[in-house]
Write a protein that binds this ligand. Structure first.
Ligand code: CA
Length: 557
């Protein structure tokens, strides 16, 4: 196929905004719109005079499959379709066959983006806004939260996650299997070693809670293979949701030697060569997933969304040009990311969507595209449904401010941002025990997307208003939310196997039996957790300490 059923706005040739759409589907979507955001979107869309659609969809449209491909710390400029130096033919293919999301925004760091993606909820309210979830944290997604995977699962989808989770790892209710993914193959943490599959010395590769030993194999290769395996072995009677959060190109900076050799012309400085090889490997994995869709004749029945979870990090080889800043910052380079979406026949070929889209919008938008119902009776979902705008050129709903925060990589140094219309305020906050310093910058994004001209001094009233918006947003942070703690407490040691260290759900159920006295099972599990520090792990840690001591002696005068 390849041709859209309608003209599209903002396409390469500046074609006129289409006023036609799929009414049958559209009405159906709205019948399912239960969140306040979706209802708001419906109201806004209903307001302008829009020509009625000219064709009707089948009465029982087949639900599309959904594939979400998430890069980790990919630079804004590091895709071929942005003219980057690294070749990414598979990502470029997606962009060429679909729509480039020109202004796609995420959080500046990993965990908040993933929380927003899966729940459609503001990471600030979830308490996962300032920091990523480190191995020494014991929190994660709230157990009862509605999620993308739960909603699709209820609608009859087979759901799978292959790759990095990073939304909780200590208790069963935090794991992917508890949040709607019936199949999970991957690792719970970030920064997992690509060859050893370890985090902090603990083994971190599993399938549905059971450890997987594939030591020595490159993680991105495993992820491609497992994603393709899911596509080949899935239940062909069901539509599917496949979420593939790649580990790449996040640190540790590791790539197979043969791939590194392909990029020998790039400098080693700042890991640029290794980073390029890691992006290359991710692109090859995406090519394999797209080829599997093609081979099974699924491409036209499948929505594929690609984006990065935050901007690239210069110290690890990324490039966010022409945007200012990087991962961990509220400048555009930290939060505006490379993104594209493809659904042949339903979305234009070679389209460009210029409106702002947030990672918060992904859940309501994909649910709308697939006519999947979201359970949100208490109106907790903050994202808005952009499917009518994307799919049929309907006006983009008005939206409130978008907020950003990060306390990575320096605890006590917080970057905050708010985008409201064309205005963007950035605050760099330095919290010390005796004082708090705030540096404030104001930008007009439509005139200055590279944030080169701070106009805060010219517009004190706008600064004051937006600073108030940020204060209000931060006040929604729960007491128990995370603040940056980049290093573990002294004495903290990882379990030797993260999959085995997850406390089973049945031990955490609130019941009389499980309160006082402590159930035998919990006592036994605690003992088991006690021996999770194996003799082998102790020896490994001691050997590492000995190596470090030797290193110190070597450099001692
Ligand atoms: Ca990331």
């Amino acid at each position: 196929m390849g041709r859209p059923d309608f003209p599209f706005f903002d396409c390469d040739h500046h074609c006129e905004r289409a006023r036609t759409g799929d009414a049958t589907l559209g009405n159906d979507f709205m019948n399912h719109a239960r969140s306040r955001s979706l209802l708001l979107a419906a109201l806004v869309i209903a307001a302008p005079a829009v020509t009625q659609p000219v064709w009707a969809a089948p009465e029982t449209p087949r639900r599309p499959n959904v594939v979400i491909l998430l890069a980790d710390d990919l630079g804004f400029a590091d895709v071929g379709f942005r003219g980057g130096a690294i070749e990414t033919p598979a990502i470029d293919r997606l962009a060429a066959e679909g729509v480039i999301l020109e202004r796609f925004y995420t959080a500046p760091i990993c965990s908040p983006t993933r929380a927003a993606l899966l729940t459609g909820r503001d990471p600030m309210e979830l308490g996962i806004a300032y920091d990523q979830i480190h191995p020494w944290y014991n929190g994660g997604l709230p157990p009862g939260a509605e999620s993308l995977a739960k909603a699709f699962q209820r609608a009859g989808y087979q759901t799978a996650l292959v790759g990095k989770w990073h939304l909780g790892h200590t208790q069963a209710h935090q794991t992917p299997n508890a949040h709607g993914f019936e199949h999970f193959h991957g690792h719970l943490h970030t920064n997992t070693d690509y060859f050893l599959h370890e985090r902090e010395g603990g083994h971190d590769l599993q399938e549905n809670g059971r450890s997987v030993d594939a030591t020595g194999r490159y993680l991105t290769h495993i992820q491609a293979e497992e994603a393709v395996r899911f596509l080949e072995e899935r239940d062909p009677e069901k539509p599917f949701l496949l979420y593939v959060p790649f580990t790449a190109p996040h640190s540790p900076m590791q790539a197979p030697e043969a791939t590194l050799a392909r990029y020998a012309h790039l400098p080693k400085k700042n890991y640029r060569r290794t980073y390029a090889a890691m992006v290359h490997e991710m692109d090859v994995a995406i090519a394999e997933i797209l080829a599997a869709l093609d081979e099974q004749g699924l491409a036209e029945d499948t929505v594929v969304l690609f984006f990065s979870d935050n901007g690239g990090f210069y110290a690890f080889g990324a490039d966010n040009a022409p945007l200012r800043g990087e991962k961990g910052q509220a400048f555009e380079g930290g939060i505006r990311v490379a993104a594209a979406i493809r659904w042949p026949g339903k979305l234009p070929v070679g389209g460009r969507f210029d409106a702002r889209m947030s990672v918060l919008d992904v859940f309501p938008t994909l649910a709308s595209a697939a006519a999947v119902e979201i359970e949100d009776d208490d109106g907790k979902i903050d994202g808005i449904d952009l499917w009518p705008a994307l799919g049929s050129g309907a006006p983009v709903p008005e939206r409130g401010p978008l907020f950003f925060a990060s306390e990575i990589p320096v605890p006590g140094l917080i970057q905050l941002g708010v985008i409201d219309g064309d205005w963007k305020l950035v605050q760099v906050v330095r919290e010390r025990q005796t004082e708090t310093q705030v540096r404030t910058l104001l930008f007009h994004l439509s005139e200055d997307e590279s944030e080169e001209h701070d106009v805060a001094a010219k517009h004190p009233e706008i600064v004051e208003r937006l600073a108030g918006e940020i204060r209000g947003w931060r006040s929604r942070h729960p007491m128990a939310g995370y603040r940056g703690t980049l290093v573990a407490h002294p004495g903290w040691v990882a379990p030797y196997d993260w999959a085995k260290a997850v406390t089973p759900g049945e031990l955490l159920q609130p019941s009389w039996e499980n309160e006082l006295p402590l159930p035998r099972a919990l006592v036994d599990a605690s003992k088991e957790r006690g021996i999770l520090i194996s003799e082998e792990a102790v020896q490994r840690i001691e050997a590492k300490l000995a190596r470090e001591r030797a290193g110190w002696e070597k450099v001692a005068p």
